[in-house]
Design a binder for this molecule. Structure first.
Ligand code: SF4
Length: 317
């Protein structure tokens, strides 16, 4: 995974300026980032200075973070326009990250206007404060920053993130319903008949839908009915939609699970020929891509020492 490549269907590359996190949602149960960060802590090339130590303990994140400014500022050297997913091993709005470091990210995204930055958070309780700070500091949200929230089930705690996002003035708002964990007793269309209205009211431009991937016996199910409902209501609300994968459990249930076909993600039901009719739709929001012509000088107001990695202590909500 790098700025120029990614195995994620909805992006072109990943920017990893942060490592470390803490579980905060049903969607965190099989978080793949834990294993990756743990492996980094045992890699002498990556952890020669001990910076990765203590981010993971007993197989779980501790809430401590590592900030690596070099990776953030690397986007300014890029020339080819891409979609870039921000921090797959952390959460940019994590409680342990001070607001000024979040604003430093926003400033760099604004300066790298030829790219589209896809930010995704589960910490939507920080969005109101971030919105205020961004407007005070920059006047408006950068057009090339897609601000998104993860919504992993129909529970109130998950769905309210859409309202928090809607209250911001971000230029592009999106939701990722991945991993979607269905309630086995009642379909989403019954518990949440007002989804379309909610998405329209909060101006959600893009919805990504996917089931949970992981070990065969352990993954939660996204029901086919919930997947269809999420896509249909998003479309009806005017959002672009992107179906990512069935997830392991639904692929097994539909009889299309397979471990063959390297790179095709068949074990998580990520290949279009595994999908029932109507799911094969992969769109992106309509945005304007800017060319590099007339690129102005970048004068950073926030300027971390790019040679130094920073450890950030765990902080609670
Ligand atoms: S918020 Fe994301 S990175 Fe953090 S624990 Fe949950 S799934 Fe993992």
């Amino acid at each position: 995974m790098s700025l120029d490549s990614s195995g994620i269907s909805w992006t072109d590359g990943t920017l990893n300026s942060l490592y470390g996190c803490a579980e905060c949602s049903v969607g965190c149960r099989l978080c793949y980032a834990v294993g990756r960060v743990y492996r980094n802590s045992h890699n002498p090339k990556r952890n020669g200075d001990g910076c990765f130590d203590g981010l993971v303990k007993n197989g779980r994140f501790t809430g401590k973070l590592l900030f690596d400014p070099k990776h953030l500022y690397a986007v300014l050297k890029k020339r080819k326009s891409k979609m870039i997913f921000v921090n797959e091993f952390s959460d940019l709005l994590h409680e342990s990250l001070p607001m000024e470091l979040i604003l430093e990210h926003v400033q760099v995204f604004q300066a790298a206007y030829w790219d589209q930055f896809q930010v995704l958070t589960k910490r939507s309780h920080r969005l109101a404060a971030l919105n205020k700070s961004v407007l005070a500091e920059f006047g408006s949200w950068p057009e090339n920053l897609w601000l998104g929230v993860s919504v992993c089930s129909g529970a109130k705690l998950e769905m309210q993130r859409i309202e928090h996002l809607g209250a911001t003035a971000a230029a592009v708002k999106w939701i990722s319903c991945e991993p979607w964990v269905s309630d086995m007793n009642v379909p989403l269309r019954k518990t949440f008949p007002s989804l379309r209205r909610m998405l329209r009211k909060n101006k959600i431009a893009w919805t990504v839908v996917g089931g949970e991937s992981g070990p065969r016996a352990d993954t939660s199910l996204m029901t086919l009915d919930d997947a269809q409902y999420l896509l249909k209501e998003s479309k009806a609300a005017g959002s672009r939609v992107h179906f990512k994968q069935l997830g392991t459990a639904l692929a097994i249930q539909l009889g299309v699970y397979s471990t063959r076909g390297k790179g095709e993600h068949r074990a998580k039901g990520g290949h279009p020929d595994q999908w029932p009719e109507g799911l094969n739709i992969r769109e992106w929001p309509e945005v304007s891509w800017k060319s590099l012509a007339g690129r102005p000088q970048f004068n950073p107001a926030y300027n971390s020492d790019q040679r130094k990695r920073y450890r950030l202590a765990a902080r609670q909500k």
